[in-house]
Design a binder for this molecule. Structure first.
Ligand code: IFM
Length: 432
C-alpha cells in the first residue's frame, strides 16, 4: 500500500534543550533540577549527565545544516529556562535569549519553521529550592519567563507550546520519582499537575499578545489503555488507567474540569483548585501536540509482543485509535509532536543501519494516514528525535535519533532512517 499525505502536511523532527545542548555553565546559564538530579549518584544510568550531551549549543549551525540536507520543514526544540533566567525569575540573561534568536533566525534562513516548547523539564534549581511546581507561585513565575521568550522571538517562532508532557512533569517526577526532582508523593504530584496546567492557561494570553501570528498550544503524552478481554476487571482497570494517564490532563484543557471518576478515585489526594482556575486552564488553544510511543493493556493475552529497546510495546494501531478518539472527544487541530523508537544501533563500516526504526516509523505513519483518512485533523508529524541524545534517567544508553551521535568525537552519522525520512519528505509518501 502506498499512502500519500496532503501537500501541506508538515514534516519535522523534535529535540529538547537539556537532552542535546550541553554547555551547562556557558554564557550565564544557571543550574536546573536536571543538573542537580543527574549529578546525584544513582539517579541516572551510569551516572550520565547533560553536561556535554550533543554539544548542540556550539554545533547548532552544523545541526541545522543536517536538517536542511534532510529537507526537514519544521524543527521542534525547547528553550532552557535557566539560560533565560538563571535564578528562575528576576534578571533576564541576554546571552541566553541571543542563543535562541540565532537558532530561530538560522532556521528561518534555511526555510525551516521554528516550533518552540517553553518547558521541557529543566526547571531552574533556585525555583525548586522555593518549592518548585508544588508552589502555586511557580505558575506566575512561568508566565514571566514565557513573556521574556515570546517578547524577544515573537512571530518568528511559528508554534509555541507551553509544556511538554505534564504527566511526566507531575507523575513521573513527583510520584514515581524516576525523573527530577525525584519525589514519591501522589498528593504532591497531583498538586504539581494542577499548577502546570494553570501555568499553561495563564501563559496563553501573554503568548498571543507577544506572537499574534503564531499558533499556541501544549504537548501531552498519551498512553492509550486497552482491555484485552471482556472481564469487568480488565475493562475497569483500562478505564482508570486511561483516566489517570490521559483524561486527567486533557479534560481540564478542553472541558474545564477534571474527570469525575478519577477525582473520586483520588479521594482526599485531589489538588487544591482555586475559583477561576479551571476556566483559566481551558483557555482556547490552536493546536494539541500529541506524543505517542506505546500503549498499556490489561487482561487477556497480548500474544507475541514486539518491543523497542525501552521495553515499550510496538503498537501502531494505538496511534490511529488515539488520534480518532482525540478528534471525537476534543475536536482540536493536532500535530504528532513526538513518535519514534530506541534501538541498539551500531556504527559499522562508516554507516548505521537501523531497519527496525524505519519499520517502526513506517508503520506509525501508516497509522497516522489511516486516522487522517477517517477524519482526524492531523496537520503534521515530528520524529523523535533528530539526534541520539540524553535519555533522562536512562542516560546515553538509549538511542532515539535519526542521526547517530558518536559521543567521544561528537561526529554525526546519518542512520538509514534519516535517509528514509528524507525520501518520505520529498515524496510525501510512505510505503507500508
Ligand atoms: O526523550 C523523551 C522526551 O524527552 C519526551 N518524550 C519521550 C522521549 C522518549 O522517552
Amino acid at each position: 500500500m502506498n499512502t500519500l499525505f496532503p501537500a501541506d502536511f508538515r514534516w519535522g523532527v523534535a529535540t529538547a534543550a537539556y537532552q542535546i545542548e550541553g554547555a551547562v555553565s556557558k554564557d550565564g546559564r544557571g543550574p536546573s533540577i536536571w543538573d542537580t538530579f543527574s549529578h546525584t549518584p544513582g539517579k541516572t544510568h551510569n551516572g550520565d549527565t547533560g553536561d556535554v550531551a550533543c554539544d548542540h549549543y556550539h554545533r547548532w549551525a552544523d545541526d541545522l545544516e543536517l536538517m536542511s540536507q534532510l529537507g526537514i520543514q519544521s524543527y521542534r526544540f525547547s528553550v532552557a529556562w535557566p539560560r533565560i533566567l538563571p535564578q528562575g525569575t528576576g534578571r533576564v540573561n541576554a546571552k541566553g535569549l541571543d542563543f535562541y534568536e540565532r537558532l530561530v533566525d538560522g532556521l528561518l534562513a534555511r526555510g525551516i519553521e521554528p516550533n518552540a516548547t517553553l518547558y521541557h523539564w529543566d526547571l531552574p534549581q533556585p525555583l525548586q529550592d522555593k518549592g518548585g511546581w508544588a508552589s502555586r507561585d511557580t505558575a506566575q513565575t512561568f508566565v514571566a519567563y514565557a513573556d521574556a521568550v515570546s517578547r524577544r522571538l515573537g512571530d518568528r517562532v511559528k508554534f509555541y507550546a507551553t509544556f511538554n508532557e505534564p504527566w511526566c512533569i507531575a507523575i513521573l517526577s513527583h510520584e514515581i520519582g524516576e525523573h527530577a526532582p525525584g519525589f514519591n508523593d501522589r498528593r504532591l504530584a497531583l498538586q504539581v499537575a494542577h499548577h502546570v496546567l494553570l501555568a499553561h492557561g495563564l501563559a496563553m494570553p501573554v503568548l498571543r499578545e507577544n506572537a499574534p501570528k503564531a499558533q499556541h498550544g501544549i504537548v501531552l503524552n498519551f498512553t492509550p489503555s486497552y482491555a484485552l478481554d471482556d472481564s469487568i476487571e480488565a475493562r475497569q482497570t483500562a478505564t482508570l488507567m486511561d483516566g489517570t494517564f490521559n483524561r486527567w490532563f486533557a479534560d481540564p484543557l478542553f472541558k474545564g474540569r477534571y474527570p469525575e471518576d478519577i477525582w473520586e478515585l483520588y479521594g482526599e489526594l485531589v489538588p487544591k483548585v482555586d475559583d477561576g482556575d479551571m476556566a483559566q486552564i481551558a483557555a482556547p488553544i490552536d493546536f494539541l501536540g500529541v506524543n505517542y510511543y506505546t500503549r498499556v493493556s490489561f487482561g487477556g493475552d497480548p500474544g507475541n509482543v514486539e518491543r523497542t529497546a525501552m521495553g515499550w510495546e510496538v503498537f501502531p494501531q494505538g496511534l490511529r485509535d488515539l488520534l480518532l478518539r482525540l478528534q471525537r472527544d476534543y475536536g482540536v487541530p493536532m500535530y504528532v509532536t513526538e513518535n519514534g523508537a530506541a534501538y541498539a544501533d551500531n556504527f559499522v563500516d562508516g554507516t548505521v543501519h537501523d531497519p527496525e526504526r524505519v519499520r517502526y516509523l513506517e508503520r506509525h505513519l501508516a497509522a497516522v494516514h489511516e486516522a487522517l483518512e477517517a477524519g482526524a485533523n492531523v496537520k503534521g508529524y515530528y520524529a523523535w528525535s533528530l539526534l541520539d541524545n540524553f535519555e533522562w534517567a536512562k542516560g546515553y544508553s538509549k538511542r532515539f535519533g535519526l542521526i547517530y551521535v558518536d559521543y567521544p568525537t561528537q561526529r554525526r552519522i546519518l542512520k538509514s532512517s534519516a535517509k528514509w525520512y528524507a525520501e518520505l519528505i520529498a515524496t510525501h509518501r510512505v510505503k507500508s
